[in-house]
Design a protein around this ligand. Sequence first.
Ligand code: ZN
Length: 407
Amino acid sequence: MAVKSIKQDYVFPNDITSMMETFKEMVNFCIKIGLQENISTLKKFSSLHYKDLSQFDIQSKYKLTAMSQAMGRLAQRKRDMRKGNAPKSPYVSKPYLVSCYGFMITGMLLSFPISNDDKFLVKLNEYTTSQLENVEPRSFTITSNSLSISVRKQVGQIIPENIIGVDRNLRNITISTSNESIMYNTNKLLLIKENTSHVISSFKRFDVRVKRHFQQRLGNRRSRRVQQHLHKISKDVVERAVESKSMIIFEDLKGIRKLYRKGNGQGNKYRRKLNSWSFYELQRQIAYKAEWEGIPVDFVDPKRTSQLCPICGGRLQEDRFHRRKLLCINCKKSMDRDVIASMNIAYKGWSRFCHPRGLLVEAMKGNVKYLQPLILRVDGSKLVEAQARAIKLTEPLTAYLGLRRLT
Ligand SMILES: [Zn+2]
């Protein structure tokens, strides 16, 4: 079963907003009791405290979801504490409403009950209705300005025939399949982040509240822009995986922030750049999009992925004439280090998931057909569907729509 949610902008009228306010108070009430009595299971809580919710003037089906929301938050808090992470405040701050009971979707309308004999109707837009085809709606969530519907569908996982290795870097994202490497330029993300931090630091007024509001607004804008940029890339990667029936392999970058902590002897600017690197967001997007299509996603250890030659398995040397290139003395070839890394990630994945006891070096030997991969450079910000299709159709890609062929 694959799950995802579809979001739509919608401004709700005042009476619905006040219902969301009641729901929020109810959730916070349950959290308060749960914290006092150390309860975090729905079964125990509802048998002890369901009666206490009679003070809230809302339909009883919403009381059930409020309790389960509160218990979910408390269980998450417990999990965080067990793992040694600093737990967030479990309380809800914004009015919202969730329910999996009593709502209906008919054509372009979603209806949910607001009292015993009254329903509220929401008109869904074209995108939402198109996404609702052939899926099973499970629950809906509303906030004061949006509606999201959680859906699920049965997906059969494909049996992978190929492998795509994804290498995430600060300035590009490189993927390698068995016969080509594609480099998505992400310089624009750096620019967005750099600009935002300049604008934020230009705020000079001595007013903490206004300043915080300003920072929040710009920070939200930054993450929306970064997300949208990465969505284009993740969509393209998953489409390629579906087309070639590939499995997607990432390097496991858990703990990479440790390398750029304060006191590690790096400059402020450098650390800011590396610590604002959104390597996880792409992984998150690709993982859920791939799950929806039945594409398996897995991780390999990033160790030595940019030290060994993907053709002969020998050790690589720095190329003195090109900063981003590495040289293999055996093969007498100099290749882009990001391409090498993504090819090695693909090979590592191949050797690990197709040959359980194989070694990286063995997997790379004898793969002569990988000798000269076609490297495409794609500007992620200009990536549109037509362009992605053009890559497949035209073989000599020289200077086509901003794409360059490099081998
Ligand atoms: Zn070599």
